[in-house]
Design a protein around this ligand. Structure first.
Ligand code: MCN
Length: 792
């Protein structure tokens, strides 16, 4: 690659359109569509005796009312388990519409299709459901007690259970000179994309085809699920993602009940139906995450080397288990971070509760795991009176020890092998950036001014870029326009810019000539989707490989036309020319013309191309024998394992002595995602991630009462950080390229979120002088902790 654009901080090309109100989201489409609304359970746990729909059917404008019994064939069966795993002992998934029982407030029971949403909502009010209300299981304490069960088929409320180990942690801890026990809990929270879930489905009777627009993160997955559930051939379903206002994990499809019901309605009613999730629905019927009770025992020597770590945690996965165990698996495997753990044992229980289901939310279990590891490091340092950065550094895996086998199985079923990273160098950079060695002076100064400040630190390693594959297709039009298609979807990550940079570099064309399409099954049918910070590694590599193919083909054709060896050719500014003879050149558009069997002189490029093939010979195009028509190429990239991005964060906080208000004064990030395609985009990703991490540390939690009602299901009550609460993020990079993919990339999309809670807890603890063991922490809770601590 010429490297001109790879690594350049190009402004995101999609932004002018999006920030000037010209984005097109699912709700902007289908102006004449019918609208769906859903009747949802007001109870956390109940049997359904009867559903009376007659009144609703008489409301003017109502076209259809469906309950479970109206979902025929496969669509009436339970929704699939997206990611099965051997640790799943008692799998239970929901039906699209409740089948005789409900297991959380908000579970869909009936669907109304009407001429507009108002009518549909009004009709929902006319549907009467008779319930036998059952006592619910709310929160992990009740789930663990298991005096009540969410599902009779899941004894102990256990969905999944796993023990993983390296060495012999209990024995190592037994023999260790120092042992600490820590409780390190995380409350339930959720990501809150600006746009909720959204689906618009249209059945085309003439083509016998279903076209679905969706704000999904996994277009091909949704297509496959809908085809299977609606018993249609795959080729009769198209899924298109228009602009999407954020996903953060909650828009990975299994499919969602509403998507299936709306698509089924479009098909059966031979029409177009739309459903746009409202905010309350997003709170009570989408997905949450983070809720875990975690216990750790750590044994260490006098120098602070960890000799053994034994962790048990309980994960709250809600009422059903459609997404498998990605979240607890990530906690258990990735809490190891940048450290050598000779003896490590982890056991998790993934438990059912009568609350909203869980999907992986940005970071996906890693923030909880990093909280365990990093709080342990701080506790060790405090116990031994050592510097907290020094303790970390004594336990680091060294760069020359890469690749490093952690000894555990990763979520993709392969061994967890760190491919690259230089943790000591990252720590040095972080210490310099935050002014680690000067902090005690700063603390003294602040103290003299009556201010209490603290410095916190957190490190993490994150497996990114998992397989099994992604692909890329590139086609050069005769005009020279380069069309790139890849199957991953985009929710705001800037793929239209970063993938265009990769292709433009490889083909030697201006960035403006390259146009990227994502998330449209009509353009690219084989894909896994956007999650787990995987698109840059997988799709990025695939479009790079496809561009290489196109370039090689272009050089072969140009070599014949220019009568020169391919090695003597170069591509500069979209023209292939003979090295040292810049006048002897042809554009990629001209090559595209030559490689088209029917090449009439429609336009300037085509006419210009005829100089290389003056005789119109319809029997054979003027390209080397065996070349397929068209200047295009397709390739796939299949990683051999995850690539491990990593980073270190530090924060300085100030806590108010009176009100216990917590203010982040500085937030510093050293980030290693290998070679950066676009540092500006990476920094944007890191900043957005830190904002979500700050939310998780200080504000965001789901508050359920004992009956399973979510008490803060609106933005009036669910606190998120405003721009005023998100600190300026000071970012610096360390690029240790991944040896496992052609461009040396590691993922970046979740990095900012992962260590934020650990770092902020570390800083508050440093300011206050007592342990912070639970996230999030509000000023009120800090104030209570102070009182408790003062009392001893
Ligand atoms: N990138 C880069 N150089 C690298 C790595 C990445 O320039 N070495 C760029 C990529 O080209 C891409 C962006 O950074 O433009 C993110 O790439 P990657 O880390 O591969 O993440 P994905 O594209 O797979 O996106 C998924 C990731 C996840 S898992 C969540 S959750 C998340 C996130 O992205 N959700 C987001 N970032 C988000 N950003 C927005 N605006 N909205 C969301 O919903």
């Amino acid at each position: 690659m010429s490297g001109k654009l790879m690594g350049a901080s190009v402004q995101r090309r999609e932004d002018p359109r999006l920030v000037s109100g010209n984005g097109r989201y699912t709700d902007d489409l289908g102006p004449g569509a019918l609208h769906a609304a859903f009747v949802r359970s007001p109870h956390a746990h109940a049997r359904i005796r009867e559903i009376h729909v007659d009144d609703a059917l008489h409301v003017e404008g109502v076209i259809a009312v469906w309950t479970h019994d109206d979902l025929h064939g496969a669509s009436g069966e339970p929704l699939p388990m997206l990611l099965p795993h051997p640790s799943i002992e008692n799998p239970v998934t929901a039906h699209a519409l409740a089948n005789g029982e409900v297991n959380h407030v908000g579970e869909a029971i009936a669907m109304v299709v009407a001429t507009d949403r108002y009518v549909a909502e009004d009709a929902c009010q006319r549907i009467l459901v008779d319930y036998d209300v059952l006592p619910p299981v709310i929160g992990l304490e009740q789930a663990r007690e298991a005096t009540r069960l969410v599902h009779d088929t899941a004894p102990g409320n256990i969905g999944a259970h796993l023990v993983q180990s390296v060495g012999d942690a209990p024995a190592a801890i037994e023999d260790a000179p120092h042992v600490l026990e820590l409780d390190l809990n995380f409350e339930r929270s959720a990501c809150m994309p600006m746009e909720g879930k959204a689906v618009l489905a249209r059945w085309d009777e003439s083509d016998q085809k279903l076209r679905v627009h969706s704000s999904t993160q996994t277009a091909t997955g949704l297509r496959a699920a809908l085809a299977a559930k609606l018993e249609l051939p795959l080729s009769k379903v198209d899924v298109i993602t228009p602009d999407v206002g954020g996903g953060f994990g909650v828009k990975i499809n299994h499919p969602w009940p509403e998507e299936l019901c709306v698509a089924a309605a479009a098909l059966r009613l031979n029409t177009e139906v739309k459903w746009i999730e409202d905010r309350r629905e997003h709170f009570i019927s989408s997905a949450h995450e983070r809720g875990q009770i975690q216990k750790a025992r750590v044994g260490f020597d006098d120098q602070g080397h960890v000799l053994g770590l034994d962790v048990t945690f309980w994960h709250d996965h809600g009422a059903y288990l459609p997404y498998g165990v990605i979240v607890p698996l990530n906690t258990s495997v990735q809490l190891v971070g940048p450290y050598k753990l000779p003896n490590y044992r982890v056991e998790y229980f993934s438990l059912y509760t009568n609350t909203v289901i869980v999907t992986p939310y940005r970071g996906a279990g890693r923030p909880q795991g990093v909280f365990i590891m990093e709080r342990s490091m701080d506790a060790i340092a405090d116990e031994l009176g050592l510097d907290r950065a020094e303790v970390r550094s004594r336990n680091f895996i060294q760069p020359e020890e890469m690749p490093w086998d952690v000894g555990l199985i990763f979520q993709d079923g392969r061994p967890t092998i760190y491919d690259s990273g230089n943790f000591p160098a990252s720590l040095d950079k972080l210490k310099a950036l935050v002014g680690w060695d000067d902090f005690e002076n700063y603390r003294e100064q602040a103290r003299a001014e009556g201010r209490t400040v603290g410095l916190g630190i957190g490190c993490y390693v994150e497996g990114t870029g998992i397989g099994p594959y992604e692909g890329g297709h590139i086609q050069v039009e005769t005009s020279g326009r380069v069309n790139v298609a890849t199957g991953v979807t985009t929710q705001g990550q800037g793929h239209q810019t970063s993938f265009a940079q990769i292709v433009a570099d490889e083909l030697g064309v201006p960035l403006e000539d390259v146009h990227v399409t994502t998330g449209d099954t009509r353009r690219f049918g084989y894909s896994v989707g956007t999650f787990a910070s995987r698109a840059a590694v997988t799709s990025g590599s695939a479009v790079h490989l496809a561009a290489k193919k196109v370039k090689e083909k272009a050089l072969r054709i140009a070599s014949q036309s220019l009568e020169a060896d391919p090695e003597d050719l170069e591509i500069v500014d979209g023209f292939i020319r003979i090295k040292g003879d810049p006048e002897n050149k042809m554009s990629l558009g001209m090559i595209s013309v030559l490689s088209n069997p029917l090449r009439y002189a429609f336009d300037e490029t085509a006419r210009a191309a005829t100089q290389f093939s003056p005789v119109q010979d319809l029997s054979k195009p003027p390209v080397p024998d065996g070349e397929e028509p068209g200047l295009e190429g397709k390739d796939y990239y299949s990683p051999t394992g995850a690539t491990f991005a990593n980073g270190m964060h530090a924060a300085i906080v100030e806590t108010d002595p009176e009100t216990a208000d917590i203010k982040i004064l500085r937030y510093c990030v050293i980030h290693d995602c290998g070679r950066m395609i676009n540092p500006l985009i990476v920094e944007g990703q890191v900043h957005g991630g830190v904002a979500q991490g700050v939310g998780g540390a200080l504000y965001e939690r789901m508050v359920y009462d004992d009956s399973g009602q979510l008490l803060n299901a609106s933005f009036m009550d669910f606190l998120m950080p405003f721009a005023t609460e998100v600190p300026h993020v000071e970012t610096d990079h360390l690029e240790t390229p991944s040896p496992s993919n052609p461009l040396g990339i590691k993922g970046a999309g979740e990095a900012g979120t992962i260590p934020a809670s650990a770092v902020i807890a570390s800083a508050i603890e440093d300011a206050e002088g007592f342990p912070i063991t639970r996230m999030p922490i509000s000023p009120h809770e800090l104030w209570e902790l102070r009182r408790r601590h003062a009392r001893g």
